[in-house]
Design a protein around this ligand. Structure first.
Ligand code: SAM
Length: 244
């Protein structure tokens, strides 16, 4: 059988393409791309002549049997999305599962990814973190999702479009309360920028102007100090004994 390679592509800076990514895309029989026109520009830049087939959220189920068949016949396939890691808020995961089920080797390449790139320069404690990706768009579902995240003591990473970033930050503040947060804007590009501050600061920024691509990282909440009446009786006694 062939191999399914998962190949990350740059998130804004072509120099972030790895040597191995170029080699792999040259060597495979076929590239399954989220948007073949977009990927063609990348292929032209790196003089890669491999044929492409479209593989995106609207044709995933239709394409999988065909791609599996080709893999079983011994062809190797590289899957790419428009930017960054396949499967991370992008197409790919269904093909990975199908390949694993069919016992076809799956080989991931490391490379560009917006979430981790933002996290390492955010200044927010990076462990533990939770990568959420895009919140649901429907207001009620968005709230439910945020409520489930509100209590955990971890950094939370969201992706969001520039059109919704101010509104989403406002809903996050409403449900999480005031917290420290970071907007990582236009990563790896000319106008890369980190906006660090409270959620309220970031809401002011995003309301004034929000152009480009954004990652939102929200710091863990402060540890809630229980008021005396919330402390279980046993441990109140214990505290008195310790203090005693
Ligand atoms: N697969 C990609 C990855 O590995 O990061 C993510 C694709 S997702 C469809 C696109 C979202 O990722 C954007 O809406 C934005 O939140 C984030 N993103 C992608 N590129 C970015 C960049 N250069 N700067 C900041 N955020 C970016």
């Amino acid at each position: 059988t062939g191999t399914l390679y998962l190949v990350p592509t740059p998130i804004g800076n072509l120099d972030d393409m790895t040597f191995r990514a170029v080699k792999t895309l040259k060597a495979v029989d076929l590239i399954a791309a989220e948007d073949t026109r977009n990927t063609q520009k990348l292929l032209n830049h790196f003089e890669i002549e491999t044929k492409q087939i479209s593989f995106h959220e609207h044709n995933t189920q239709a394409r999988i049997p065909e791609l599996l068949e080709r893999l079983k016949q011994g062809e190797s396939i590289a899957q790419v999305s428009d930017a960054g890691m396949p499967s991370i808020s992008d197409p790919g995961k269904e093909l990975v599962k199908a390949a694993i089920d069919a016992e076809i080797p799956v080989v991931p390449l490391p490379g560009a990814n917006a979430a981790l790139t933002a996290l390492i320069a955010s200044g927010i404690e990076p462990q533990p973190f939770m990568f959420y990706g895009f919140l649901p768009r429907k207001a009620s579902e968005q709230r439910t999702a945020l409520q489930a995240l509100a209590e955990a003591r971890q950094a939370v990473i969201f992706y969001e479009s520039p059109y919704r970033v101010a509104k989403t930050l406002t809903t996050i503040r409403e449900i999480f309360g005031e917290r420290q947060a970071v907007l990582a804007r236009e990563l790896t590009k000319k106008f890369e920028e980190f906006i660090r501050g409270s959620l309220s600061d970031l809401i002011d920024y995003a309301t004034a102007s929000a152009r480009g691509e954004f990652v939102i990282i929200v710091a863990p909440g402060e540890k809630k100090v229980p008021t005396p009446s919330e402390v279980p009786i046993d441990s109140q006694v214990q505290t008195q004994i310790d203090a005693g």
